[in-house]
Ligand binder design. Sequence first.
Ligand SMILES: *Cc1c(COP(=O)(O)O)cnc(C)c1O
Length: 394
Amino acid sequence: MDMPDKLAYLTEQLNELHQQGLFNTIRTIESPMDGRIVVDGKPVINFCANNYLGLANHPRLREAAKRAIDTHGIGPGAVRTIAGTMNLHNRLEERLAHFKHAEAVVTLQSGFTANLATIPALVGQGDVIFSDKLNHASIIDGCRLSKARIVAYEHNDMTDLRQKIAETTEYGRRIIISDGVFSMDGDIAPLPELYDIAQEHNILLMVDDAHGEGVLGKGGRGIVDHFGLHGKVDVEVGTMSKAFGVVGGIVAGRREVIDWIKQRGRPFLFSSAMTVPDVAACLEAIDILEESEELVGRLWDNANLLKRELTNLGFDIGNSTTPIIPLMLGDAHLAREFSKQLFEHGVFAMAIAYPTVAHGKARIRVMNTAAHTQTDLEEALHAFESVGKALRVI
Ligand SMILES: *Cc1c(COP(=O)(O)O)cnc(C)c1O
């Protein structure tokens, strides 16, 4: 007798995704990550990467990684607590703390694991987390792992947050957690108000600055610097996979927090450290950022130009106040078709749909970088205009 296929339920669900226009087709890049790249054999202008400062293929980062391989090899060999902490890791943490004006920093493998390490180390069963409804998936997963009660408040809505705090009368410890920059809309958390609320009620405050690192604040020092709140946000999570152009997670804050994560953060204790070339490249990225604000300035100039011109063309670009530009289209099929036609015009910009954003809120996400030239932007704008008109969006 033939047994039924144990994986038939997955085939069914995959077919459903195709029918709904929600199946994610993953493209292959055949060149270094940059303003222009080769995707599936085709040269295109790239608006998909979080490579804000163009550091992912920067000659100085490449050299730094090669030099470090010669002095330190490649792999860390173990988890940090056993034998995986090299002098390079310690140096990176000291440099990051200095760069961000934080008391201490611990690095992890990624921003995702930084959230998984931090949140369950700070709160647990019987505690309460107040979490913005649009927080990143890694924050949500960190919250779930903690077993604390999760109270989600309306996106950036301080009145709702205050009400939720007032309504939540049973708790052990409490923490407010918010993205700094919301990665699909490009808007920023009202950190000064979050700080006031946290102070008023003596609640811990944590911000995830993944898209603010290297982008916001003086010379890219992040959202805490942007708002001048040094020493006031209890925990700052971040990543070196975006503006830093490499990979690796950051937790910055009071020394007690960092010391505790090194004792209890599970991805710190049970997953190996960043690799040598990654650490060396990140150190070089800090050097570049501390030497000059030129790249951060160019990023913002490019973003402001593109925002202005896309708005002039008649596109709805939502509420972005950062270099992330969402072209709001609504329908998932339309967003996919838009992205496909842009690609035919030599522009690589990804359609984003459910579950990354809510149903009916599909969009093209245009990621600006300092790696784009004036010509890149002009060519891209022509493509946006042609496709926008062809699909009757503008
Ligand atoms: C991208 C992102 C992360 C994950 O960072 P990785 O280093 O890629 O794991 C975490 N939080 C937020 C808010 C992000 O945007």
